[in-house]
Structure formats: C-alpha cells, structure tokens
Design a protein around this ligand. Structure first.
Ligand code: NAD
Ligand code: GLY
Length: 348
C-alpha cells in the first residue's frame, strides 16, 4: 500500500493499494468516531461493489444509509444533489457523520458537494473506483454539480478526511474508462518536473502497475494542491490539454468523453507550441506517440474557430484574456496569459 499525505483542509491521507476496500472499516475508524455513515454510489458501481462495502461496514457496527443514482454525467445535477441531502436529513445524519463516495468522478463530485453543504459541512471519505477519480477527482477538494448551461457551475472547495483507493476495482472498468484515466495520467507525466513518469508510462502499460502509477500521480497533484488549494495560480497547470479539451467536449454536446478530449487537447497544444517555438518538435512527437499508444485520439475533430469560440466562453476566462498551459519540455509546462483573440495561434 502507498500512503500520500495531503496538507490541505485539515490534512488527510490518500491510501492506494489492492484490496483496500476490505480494510475500509478499520481505516474509517482512524478518522471518525461516528458509527453512522451515508454511502453514496451510482448503479453500476453499486452493482459491483456496493453490497460488499455495505455489509463490511454493517458487520463492523456502522449504521449504513445508502443513496444510489443512475450512472453518468447527466446525474450530476441539482435535483439528485437535493434528493441526496433530503435522504441524509431523513436519516438524521449529524455533523459528525461521514459521507462515503464510492464510484467515479461523478459520484465523488456530487457526494462531495453534498458533504460540503449538508449542515454546513460533514466529513467526506472518497472511495474512487475509476482510474480518473483515483488520479484526479478524489484528491484536491473540488466538488460540484452541473447546471443545464455548464459543467461544475455550482460547487465548493472541500477537502476529504480520507481517500481509500482500492486498485482491484479497476479490473472491472470498461476499456474506454481505462483510457480516459490514462489521458489524465499522461497529463501528469507532462507536469512532474522531469521524465520519470513519462518513462514509466512508455515502458509498461498503466494497468501493469496501478499502485505505483496512481501513487505517483497523486503525489504530483498533492504538490499543486498544497501550493494553491483554491486554484488561483499554480494549480492551473493541472489544466494542461483541458482548454482545447473543454472546447471539444462542448462542441460535441458532451458526446466525446473528457479523457479523449483532453488527449486531443494535449496533442493540439503541443503542435501549437512547436509552431510558436517553445516546445521541441521531437518532444511533441514523443508526447503524441505516447497518447496514441494508449489508444487515445490526437487529431482535432472541429475547426479552430469552433473550438476557440467555446474556449472563450469558458468560466475560467475573461472576455479579453485567457490563461493557457503551454508545454516547454517533457515534464514541464508553463502558464501563459494570452489575448483571447490569439488563442487559435496556440493550437493545431
Ligand atoms: P464517472 O463517474 O461517470 O465514471 C465513468 C463510468 O465508469 C460510469 O459509468 C461509472 O459507473 C463507471 N465505473 C466507475 N468505476 C467503475 C468500476 N470500478 N468498474 C466498472 N465501472 C465503473 O466518470 P469519471 O470519468 O470517473 O469522472 C468524471 C467526472 O469527474 C466528471 O463529472 C468530471 O467533471 C469530474 N472531475 C472532477 C475533478 C475534480 O477535481 N473534482 C477532476 C476531474 C474530473
Ligand atoms: N482537476 C484539476 C484540479 O483539481 O485542479
């Protein structure tokens, strides 16, 4: 097992290893004295792991309330968030009683936002079961739901009390979800300050050493979160590939999954940075090769004008200026402020 300490919020540990859900009651007792918990999941994950997690908690003496909703981004909305809060209230959960988020990023974001807001905040334990949730959404405290007009429009920064990532759960991930997670992992390989993670990913597939790779990514994310918990500066580097990626997702009406969109976004900004003279052509080729090796796309499915129009309307940008993440070397990117009108020059 790998343990990564994150010093944000009240401070918490991210535990990563095979079979860790079996140890959940013991790990939970290290962060809370409460014996009343709210277990939240989606229907897919519940069908695979829900009953066994619930039974283990009950056997250890936890009164376990459950809330299961339909899988998919469409469920990350105010209505399901409201139903979860009402379920918590009906079950008489108090401020001491934790919410346990068992699932991918949708479960983690929605249950996290409920934990952040129910009775002005109750403990949150993230139990990521998708690779993307393990390396990204379960760590760092971003919680949210979507509005009809945009993703993650209502939310809070709210750090968990504990993250328990059982890498055995990745065995049941559909291949497309595995690849989506790998796109985010490749992003981290462009941010670790050297070529170590990039080398590991090139050497062997992620699925051959989940514990090591997830641990590496979480440690990288930890550093950005500790430096900039509220996303005002350095943490923006975690958006490498995401500005173009968000444009692709929006243009597709969210039919193109996030991981694929980020993969195309990383490739596009790498080609743009080569043209601008700030990233070597052979480094861009290495990055694009790695993205392809993980079965991810690298060519843009929309025109630059279509993508630039969507990027300009992103909530993180002002009308005139935007910040983009530009690769400099394998393992190093920088934040660059540009005029919004110039954005199309920065990707190919
Ligand atoms: P998801 O939660 O929809 O999970 C993807 C699919 O995989 C779902 O159908 C789910 O039921 C299924 N699944 C999950 N674990 C499984 C398992 N072990 N076996 C079989 N199926 C499994 O999506 P995601 O990709 O995990 O997360 C995407 C969400 O995360 C988006 O809403 C995004 O906005 C959010 N996100 C948040 C942050 C953050 O910092 N909070 C960061 C990145 C992404
Ligand atoms: N997913 C990017 C962040 O947590 O900042």
């Amino acid at each position: 097992m790998i343990s990564v300490q994150v010093n944000a919020g009240k401070g918490y540990r991210v535990l990563i290893g095979a079979g860790l859900l079996k140890e959940l009651p013991a790990k939970l007792s290290e962060v809370t004295g409460s014996k009343h918990v709210m277990l939240v999941s989606d229907d897919n994950v519940w069908g695979l792991y829900g009953e066994s997690v619930k039974n283990r908690l009950c056997e250890a003496g936890y009164q376990t309330e459950t809330f299961v909703f339909a899988h998919g981004e469409a469920s990350k909305n105010l209505s399901i968030y409201g139903s979860l809060l009402e379920t918590m209230c009906d079950a008489h959960l108090t401020r001491e009683d934790p919410v346990l988020a068992l699932g991918g990023g949708v479960v983690g974001d929605l249950a996290g936002f409920a934990a952040a807001t129910y009775q002005r905040g109750v403990p949150l334990v993230q139990l990521p079961t998708s690779l993307l949730a393990a390396v990204d959404s379960s760590v760092g405290g971003k919680t949210a739901v979507d509005l009809p007009n945009g993703k993650n429009q209502v939310g809070a920064f709210y750090q968990p009390s504990l993250v328990v990532c059982d890498t055995d759960t990745f065995r049941t991930l559909p291949d497309a979800e595995y690849r989506n997670g790998c796109a985010e992992i490749i992003k981290y390989a462009m941010l670790d300050g050297g070529e170590e993670l990039f080398g590991l990913l090139s050497e062997k597939p992620v699925k051959d050493r989940y514990e090591q790779i997830v641990g590496h990514c979480v440690a990288i994310k930890r550093d950005f979160v500790e430096a900039d918990e509220f996303d005002r500066g350095l943490r923006m580097l975690l958006n490498f590939g995401h500005t173009v990626g968000h444009g692709i997702e929006a243009c597709s009406g969210y039919a193109i999954p996030h991981g694929q969109a980020v993969a195309m976004g990383m490739a596009a900004i790498a080609r743009g940075a080569v043209k601008k003279g700030c990233f070597a052509a052979d480094s861009a080729q290495k990055l694009i090769r790695l993205i392809k090796d993980y079965g991810l796309p690298t060519e843009l499915p929309y025109t630059k004008d279509e993508l630039a129009a969507k990027a300009a309307s992103d909530k993180k940008n002002t009308t005139d200026a935007m910040r983009i993440i530009v690769p400099e070397q394998i393992g190093t990117c920088r934040i660059q402020k540009i005029e919004t009108a110039d954005f199309p020059e920065w990707f190919e």
